[in-house]
Design a protein around this ligand. Structure first.
Ligand SMILES: *Cc1c(COP(=O)(O)O)cnc(C)c1O
Length: 420
């Protein structure tokens, strides 16, 4: 096979076996992508998207129809009453932060029911006692319920939701070794929370979860969800942005926090134009399928070299992340460097662990991406902590990701971190 003219032919049976093992999973991903693509196309047609909407705007951005229509389009795709889907969100962390500050008031309790939240949210909440304007500084009480064997602890949620303003759910594993939550899990959390306290708001960090299933959390009991356009719903095309989607009254409160009370969603220009946000959203279902195929293939290939992967190759998936236990800091850095070396952009760079804003340990990141930090593109990163687990995600093209993973496998063999 030509693929192996650049690679050790000894890898060929591993590749063949990984493709064979993932055949059923690939068929499932294609089915989900087809369903979601039809939903996305339907929303484009319903909202009468036309090229004038891509123009962008200047100054205050009053009456920017492209911006307002993108909000509406995203709401329809998410099966939500309303949404903000905007370039003015700088990242997923920013979208989540706007939602939390938009909804919470002094004395309220934020109850996270999926264990410790994603690293960059710890300073937002004030976990660890930060005082840079964290929620803690504003008198928001934080409580946390651990997952029970990877599943939500519904009894504890029912007990504690009574006093909670927000029941907060992180769908994806993030940088932890646990499974992503299914939509059934989210529905069960919402039922438990609402039966104890009908006023509790179920708010979901949906980063990496979009389009991995046929529904979104807002169609499974969540009042609000947030995410990043540098991940799944940006389709690898959006250069920046994030979203908040859900109940109309809650989205309105978030809009007041995104800009300023009073002006809310009416302002915000984007002179660069919105074509890429529309195009990325249109392509996202197919791109997420490429990422899911990459994930399943990695979970079949890397265990054959002695590196356990989670979720396993044929698992149901609710996010695009695969964790790979490298067991050793040098092997972890070697994997990240190999992925970088087989990336389309910055293939010549050698990632080094480094301090990152928002993270406690040094983080090593392979991201040879067209968009800075985009992790719907093939990327592999890890905080430098035992058991030295690499978190791999993305892949705009399964074919390119397959080649990169085989290249990484070869590098790990040659460097003596693995043997056949
Ligand atoms: C990526 C991520 C975030 C934060 O998004 P950024 O765009 O990196 O700020 C939050 N939660 C989870 C689960 C994530 O994966």
């Amino acid at each position: 096979m030509e693929l192996f003219s650049a690679l050790d032919p000894k890898l060929q049976p591993l590749d063949a076996s990984a493709l064979e093992q993932t055949r059923d999973a690939f068929a499932r991903f294609d089915d989900i992508a087809a369903f979601n693509q039809r939903k996305v196309l339907g929303a484009f047609i319903k909202n009468k998207i036309s090229a004038e909407l891509f123009a962008g705007s200047t100054g205050y951005g009053y009456g920017d129809r492209g911006r307002d229509t993108l909000d509406r389009l995203f709401a329809d795709i998410a099966g939500a009453e309303d949404a903000l889907c905007r370039a003015q969100f700088m990242s997923g962390t920013h979208a989540i932060t706007v939602a939390l500050y938009g909804l919470l008031r002094p004395g309220d309790t934020l109850l996270c029911v999926t264990g410790q939240p994603y690293d960059t949210l710890l300073p937002v909440i004030g976990i660890g006692g930060s005082s840079n304007g964290s929620l803690l500084d504003f008198g928001v009480v934080y409580q946390q319920i651990e997952l029970l064997g990877g599943a939500p602890d519904l009894a504890a949620i029912e007990r504690q939701a009574e006093h909670a303003a927000i029941v907060y759910v992180q769908r994806s594993r993030g940088y932890t070794n646990r499974r992503a939550l299914s939509l059934e899990d989210i529905a069960a959390i919402a039922d438990a929370a609402k039966s104890a306290n009908p006023n509790a708001l179920v708010v979901v960090d949906n980063c990496y979860g979009e389009f991995t299933q046929k529904k979104e959390p807002t169609e499974a009991g969540a009042d609000l969800m947030m995410g990043s356009l540098l991940k799944n719903p940006g389709g690898g095309i959006a250069e920046t942005g994030g979203y908040i989607a859900g109940r109309a009254d809650l989205v309105e409160r978030c809009a007041e926090r995104l800009t300023a009370p009073g002006v809310g969603r009416e302002i915000g220009s984007w002179p660069g134009g919105l074509r890429n946000l529309y195009l990325g959203l249109y392509l996202a279902p197919g791109i997420v399928a490429q990422a899911l195929k990459t994930a399943a293939y990695a979970a079949a290939l890397l265990p054959a070299l002695g590196f356990p992967a989670d979720p396993i190759f044929d698992a149901e998936r609710n996010d695009i992340i695969t964790s790979i236990e490298m067991g050793d800091p040098d092997a972890l850095v070697a994997l990240c460097r190999a992925i970088q070396a087989f990336s389309p952009i910055d293939s010549f760079a050698a990632p080094e662990p480094a301090e990152m804003p928002g993270y406690d340990e040094p983080v090593v990141m392979a991201s040879g991406s067209f968009t800075n930090g985009s992790s719907i593109e093939l990327s592999c990163d890890a905080p430098m902590r035992a058991p030295y687990t690499a978190y791999m995600q993305g892949g705009l093209s399964f074919e390119a990701s397959r080649f990169a993973l085989l290249g990484a496998a070869q590098h790990l063999l040659e460097a003596g971190f693995a043997a056949l």
